[in-house]
Write a protein that binds this ligand. Structure first.
Ligand code: GLN
Length: 537
């Protein structure tokens, strides 16, 4: 077996430079050149996973097939590469320490003092090589979360230093992302922050091999030369990453800048074929030249932060391109929707998506949004909590059970149409205990869902504790709300829909996690198509 090569991606100067997008773009190019490539992310926080974080803290929690609650960057990896990730692709400091402490309790280090070096660093190094050692990959890209110089990233940086040494010549490189700010007053781009952050990295014993410089303006040759010589890298290792209108342009930009070529050169790997980005560019072409425009309301309570609904926004981009349609996602805060203002708030919307979520805040607004979309024949799509709200709304306003609710919102409700799943009733811990990951769903014949998916069985990813209460299924079905998708093993209702409506579908799972550039999710594609039709009418 050939030696797996490792690429470490670090960040300097500031956070939010887009390490995840650069890592995903480079991976895309290497993949397109014929290298089996994967990406993993190491996060410096102490939560064992981001599942216990509020979206305001860290953006969306992304869920993998194997049920890991992970950083949203894994979503970018999947959307770019079209290859599923897993638990092994995301490690946090909390997970590392938990594992080391458990080993200590079992006596695996008996007699020794357990320390950051070597015990924590060994654990990190082992996890950094887990995917590489599987034999499934030629290249593993490891993104180190946080910014170089942070106290909490030190053990990772030290582990990278050791691992580079362990792996030996040409088997690993470090790509350092920095910011080259533009000082308007001076009318100049400034390289000093880059020099300082490369130096900080150097103090930890790591030499950056390639610099990716985030900038709002073109870097001149002179400036590139200066950074190369002051930061000890070759001239072709100074890569410009200029601001672009969509993250999906970044792979092409990195190709133009030669990031993949210089990476392969430093790893002593052949260039193989020129990357084939034909399908990718067709997607970009559609994305940039839409024939239609629609406004879709995203009804949620974390709308202030873009990253809270990252995968949903990206799924709309994929589905929009598939329909040659620009989807304007209009965020509507569910807390401020009521029966009096819903008409005004929704007057320009061609479709309504009620978002996933937890807890009571903003619930009545979501129910009102469903009612409006249902009664006014506006295409409706409910995801997870959004599906649950659709069931409650129907039960209250069509079935006439006015006090219907989810026991998540009102434990003592007389009509718990949404109730805690049986297996959740004994669960007390909050971390990693939801119904997570991929589960099967059988789709009934002659339903909208069946038509959209074009098959009788699907697998989708989940993240929930509550479910559609089967005791109400018969009466809800009779009054018109169809259960069109069912888990074959447990009978759990996965999809509800309304016939005699232009488009009304609610799903207990999260289709947004599986939408990629290569495979836009069929539910999003059909929903966008329905909004285009609705608008024409
Ligand atoms: N809070 C709901 C549940 O736990 C929905 C979860 C979600 O939208 N992801 O079932």
């Amino acid at each position: 077996m050939n030696q797996t090569k490792y690429i470490f991606v670090t960040g300097g100067v500031t956070s939010s430079l887009g390490k995840g997008i650069i890592a995903a773009s480079l991976a895309k190019l290497l993949q397109a050149r014929g290298y089996r490539t994967t990406i993993q992310k190491f996060d410096p926080y102490i939560n064992v996973d981001p599942g216990t974080l509020n979206p305001y803290e860290h953006g969306e929690c992304y869920v993998t097939d194997d049920g890991a609650e992970t950083d949203l960057d894994l979503g970018h990896y999947e959307r770019f590469l079209n290859v599923p990730t897993s638990q092994a692709n995301n490690v946090t400091t909390g997970r590392v320490y938990l594992s080391v402490i458990e080993k200590e309790r079992r006596g695996e280090f008996l007699g020794k003092t357990v320390q950051v070096v070597p015990h924590i660093t060994n654990e990190i190094k082992e996890r950094m090589q887990l995917l590489g050692n599987s034999g499934n990959y030629d290249i593993v890209i490891t993104e180190i979360g946080g910014t170089v110089g942070d106290i909490e990233s030190l053990p990772y940086i030290e582990s990278v230093r050791q691992l580079i040494w362990d792996l030996g010549e040409s088997n690993s490189i470090v790509i350092h992302l920095t910011l080259v700010p533009y000082l308007a007053a001076a009318g100049e781009l400034k390289t000093k922050p880059t020099q300082h952050s490369v130096k900080t990295l150097m103090e930890s014993g790591i030499k950056a091999d390639i610099l990716v410089c985030r900038t709002e303006h073109e870097l001149s040759d002179e400036l590139r030369q200066k950074m190369a010589s002051f930061c000890n890298v070759s001239r072709d290792s100074v890569i410009q990453s200029i601001d672009v209108s969509t993250i999906y342009e970044v792979p092409n930009l990195m190709l133009e800048e030669g990031l993949d070529v210089v990476t392969l050169k430093k790893l002593n790997l052949p260039k193989k074929n020129t990357p084939d980005l034909k399908n990718w560019n067709v997607f970009l072409q559609h994305l940039k030249n839409p024939k239609h425009v629609v406004n879709i309301g995203l009804i949620g309570k974390y709308v202030e932060l873009q990253d809270s609904y990252k995968s949903i926004l990206e799924a709309f981009i994929h589905a929009g391109a598939a329909n040659e349609t620009k989807v304007n996602v209009v965020s509507v805060h569910s807390e401020y929707i009521d029966a009096h203002n819903v008409g005004e708030k929704f007057k320009d919307l061609d479709g309504v998506l009620v978002a996933p979520g937890f807890g009571e805040r903003g619930i009545e607004g979501k129910i009102e949004a469903v009612r409006y979309a249902r009664e006014k024949n506006i295409p409706f799509f409910g995801i997870c909590l959004g599906m649950q709200m659709a069931v409650i709304e129907y039960s209250r306003n069509v079935l006439g059970l006015k006090d219907s609710n989810s026991t998540e919102m009102n434990e003592g409700t007389a009509n718990p149409v949404i109730d805690l799943m049986e297996e959740q009733k004994t669960v007390t811990d909050k971390g990693g205990t939801m119904r997570l990951g991929s589960w099967k769903c059988d789709i009934k014949d002659n339903t909208l869902a069946r038509m959209i998916y074009g098959k009788a069985q699907i697998e989708e990813r989940h993240r929930h504790r509550y479910e559609y209460n089967g005791e109400y299924a018969e009466s809800l079905e009779k009054s018109g709300l169809k259960s069109s998708g069912i888990n074959p093993d447990t009978g759990l209702v996965e999809i509800v829909e309304l016939p005699n409506h232009p488009f009304f579908i609610g799903v207990q799972y999260h289709p947004e996690y599986k939408s990629t550039v290569a495979n836009p999710h069929p539910l999003f594609v059909s929903f966008v198509e329905a909004t285009v039709k609705a608008k024409k009418k």
